[in-house]
Design a protein around this ligand. Structure first.
Ligand SMILES: [Zn+2]
Length: 454
């Protein structure tokens, strides 16, 4: 494999540097690098970050290929600068056994646009009644470390206890979708002034907070690791903050949309803004931003949730919950966190790449920009501003709440394992990418980058 010399990149800390990539790895980072036979790419004026890692993506395959597939979802990832995505288990069949998680893993390897790390279901069929065979998924080729019934809450406290106990035996983590089902029966949007005005069934903050409070206690009791998906309320932040202060092993994520949008967006009954958990109040948004800045919330995760148009362009009550997010995540976080002065680019690299890799147990292979590490890189033009159109959405679905909005930042190049998945803002063709990933795998057989046992 020939090399690539990226000349004049701006590193996360602001220093200018060249980056030499060879055989899929970052060989050198420094000034005035020379390398014979390498293609030189001028990246002057562009910021470089380690390839982004999303701990919470819905790729919809198998079962819901009208919404997204592993191929199109990882193309959306490449468009957004992501090089690793964790695929949620609420597929059909559900990823609750070794066979399905290995199938998803294999589809990811075939696609080559991103490393696809399957998440395993906590309960059989997401039924909430019986623990899935977590051990067989952990020891499968997919080496599952993150388990979640996301889309549904593991609401039975005994099952949650058992899951936490089980995953602690192999360093896994339970990622909880915190939604008390009895308190959210028929809920449509945040419970508050706006839901009252619109006459839509409310979704109280306490339905999220009650589960998180219970689960941090269970994590403490079992001395196991809890990860809280998509925190959406100021009260949830307070619970996580006090749990961390007590040394409880809890981590938390926030989505880009919960960092930017409020329940006021529902005023026009536009179902693009219908999402689970719901958009909350401005006070919640401010608390979430502060918590991400001070480390109470560890990471940003997209909760990329593609749906075909017929499930979103309908009455609010009938519409599906969820919005796509991979393509726009970095722009939204730049808008909410960087342009408000709450995080710098070192912080962005931490919350969108390094920490997600650590929580997901793939930090040996992802989330770090350094010599000797796998060359997963994203180059962005942070000074760019443009209006989002459907042309910018590389996935199969276009249910983005940001269409028509002017957003900052633009992903210019995405590099995975030393080859381009997106170049000059254009997604590289599938045959070129799959050939590149095969070349990489053939020349690194046994390197243990994608698949390691046990
Ligand atoms: Zn969820």
């Amino acid at each position: 494999m020939s090399g690539l010399l990226f000349a004049g990149a701006t590193l996360p800390d602001g220093t200018l540097s060249d980056i030499l990539v060879r055989d899929g790895f970052v060989e050198r980072i420094g000034s005035d690098l020379k390398a014979d036979g390498c293609e030189v790419i001028d990246v002057g004026g562009l910021r470089v970050l380690p390839g982004l890692v999303d701990l919470h993506t819905h790729l919809r395959e198998p079962g819901f290929e009208a919404s997204e597939t592993v191929l199109t979802g990882t193309q959306a990832a490449a468009a957004g600068g992501f090089t690793t995505v964790f695929a949620m288990a609420n597929t059909s069949p559900v990823a609750d056994n070794a066979g399905v998680v290995e199938q998803v893993l294999g589809r990811g390897i075939d696609s080559g646009y991103a490393t696809v790390q399957p998440i395993g279901a906590v309960t059989v069929g997401l039924g909430g009644a019986e623990l899935a065979d977590l051990g067989s998924m952990a020891t499968s080729r997919a080496r599952v470390r993150v388990f979640s019934d996301d889309g549904k809450c593991v609401h039975d406290p005994l099952l949650m206890r058992r899951a936490l106990e089980y995953v602690s035996t192999f360093g896994g983590v339970v990622a909880q979708h915190a939604q008390e089902p009895r308190l959210t029966s028929g809920s449509q949007m945040n419970e508050g002034a706006v839901s009252a005005r619109l006459g839509l069934t409310g979704w109280p903050a306490v339905a999220e907070e009650a589960i998180i409070a219970r689960d941090v206690l269970l994590a403490e009791y079992t001395n196991s690791r809890l990860h809280v998906c998509h925190l959406s309320t100021a009260g949830s932040v307070e619970i996580v903050r006090s749990a961390k202060a007590k040394g409880i092993k809890v981590t938390a994520e926030v989505t880009p949309h919960h960092l930017l949008l409020t329940d006021e967006t529902a005023s026009e009954y536009d179902a693009r803004f219908k999402v689970n958990p719901p958009l909350r109040t401005n006070a919640d948004v401010m608390a979430l931003r502060q918590a991400l800045a001070d480390g109470t919330i560890d990471i940003v995760a997209t909760d990329h949730a593609p749906h075909p148009s017929e499930h979103k362009e309908c009455e609010w009550n009938d519409a599906a919950f969820g919005m796509v997010g991979l393509e726009t995540a970095l722009s939204i976080v730049q808008l909410a966190m960087v342009e408000t002065g709450l995080l710098d680019w070192v912080g962005i690299a931490r919350v969108m790449s390094h920490q997600p890799a650590v929580i997901g147990g793939v930090d040996d292979a992802a989330g770090v920009l350094a010599e000797g590490r796998i060359a997963d890189l994203v180059f962005i033009d942070a000074t760019s501003r443009s209006t989002l159109t459907t042309d910018d959405l590389a996935g199969k679905s276009i249910n983005s709440p940001y269409l028509g909005m002017e957003l900052p930042g633009r992903v210019v190049h995405t590099v995975r394992h030393g080859y381009f998945t997106q170049r000059d803002g254009v997604i590289v063709s599938a045959d070129v990418v799959s050939r590149a990933t095969r070349d990489y795998d053939n020349s690194h057989t046994g390197a243990g980058t994608e698949v390691t046992d046990g």
